[in-house]
Write a protein that binds this ligand. Structure first.
Ligand SMILES: [Zn+2]
Length: 312
């Protein structure tokens, strides 16, 4: 995002006050499958439950802002080093896969940005799928040139990179909110919204998690067609959560019962109160658990878990 947008005021505070109330009510809950998982490590009969796909573990990342130059830095943060550290942590205890919610590239989506990202990805290549969504600092043409065949089932909406993923107990839909490279605002657009509406009508009843880049406040740099998106997803109760980035601020909130999960940036923080890092998610049919892995910035919340129950 541009540097102006993080200084928003009232709308964000209002949003967060709702969210804190919502999160406060569920933090203490321990998902039913957590206990089963712990037993699983000791080889108990929980193995059966897990292999039946009741819980799936993922790494969620955002705003990697990788430049062609590995030494590129901002505010004392080195995005390439941070991504290297993140991928090393993920490789040490492999989840089912990874999702990156955009701003893969530093500013304008240069070919060499994506080439460097691909180099950094080598420890994970061929081991786990990595699903990539595009942000306002990405360039769709260059991205698709470097990642000729990105992971996931591609959906045909002209000029948009949309991917769906069957992730066991849940389904992911990665949308494309890139409107114009290096302009801050985001837009899904009518064709993509229409596609989503139709897709949700025909897909099965698995819980759906939406992923895209842009944040969901009411500023000029946010997702501009958020109200229209909510008109579509609010009545579709299988849509449980939206995971996004853009703000470089880690936080949980809630709108119309749909959980909004704002991932921290991997690359750099704008504010000293913010962590950089990634989020480990354990997802089931009724709930999800989200653990922050803070690798820099404010690490006070490192390791902290949040439990969210899905709406029904
Ligand atoms: Zn952004």
């Amino acid at each position: 995002m541009s540097h102006g947008v993080e200084n928003n005021g009232i709308s964000r505070r209002r949003f967060l006050s709702i969210s804190l109330a919502a999160v406060g009510g569920v933090v203490a809950l321990r998902p039913r499958w957590s206990a089963a998982q712990d037993e699983n490590k000791e080889g108990s009969q929980a193995e059966g439950a897990r292999s039946a796909g009741q819980v799936t573990r993922w790494a969620f990342l955002s705003d990697t802002h990788i430049a062609g130059d590995p030494e590129d830095n901002y505010r004392g943060f080195y995005p390439s080093r941070n991504l290297q550290k993140t991928f090393a942590q993920i490789a040490a205890d492999l989840p089912e896969g990874l999702v990156v919610t955009g701003d893969i590239a530093r500013l304008t989506g240069q070919m060499e940005d994506y080439e460097n990202f691909r180099k950094l990805l080598i420890p994970l290549v061929g081991r786990r799928p990595i699903y990539l969504a595009l942000g306002n600092h990405d360039n769709r043409v260059n991205f698709l040139d470097v990642f000729e065949n990105p992971a996931g089932r591609k959906q045909a909406v002209k000029g948009k990179h949309i991917v769906t993923v069957d992730a066991g107990p849940v389904r992911f839909i990665l949308l494309d909110s890139l409107f114009s490279t290096n302009e801050t605002m985001g837009l899904l657009g009518k064709a993509q919204r229409t596609w989503l509406q139709q897709y949700l009508q025909t897909s099965d009843d698995k819980p759906v998690i939406l992923f895209f880049h842009h944040s969901l406040r009411d500023d000029d740099g946010d997702l501009q067609d958020l109200p229209r998106l909510f008109d579509i997803i609010k009545p579709v109760t299988k849509v449980k959560a939206i995971v996004y980035g853009h703000s470089h601020e880690y936080g949980f909130s809630d709108l119309e019962g749909i959980h909004l999960i704002n991932l921290p940036a991997v690359a750099f923080a704008f504010g000293n109160d913010q962590p950089i890092g990634w989020v480990e998610a354990r997802l089931g049919r009724a709930e999800g658990e989200f653990v922050l892995h803070a690798i820099g910035g404010n690490t006070d919340q490192d390791g902290r878990a949040r439990q969210l129950r899905w709406r029904s």
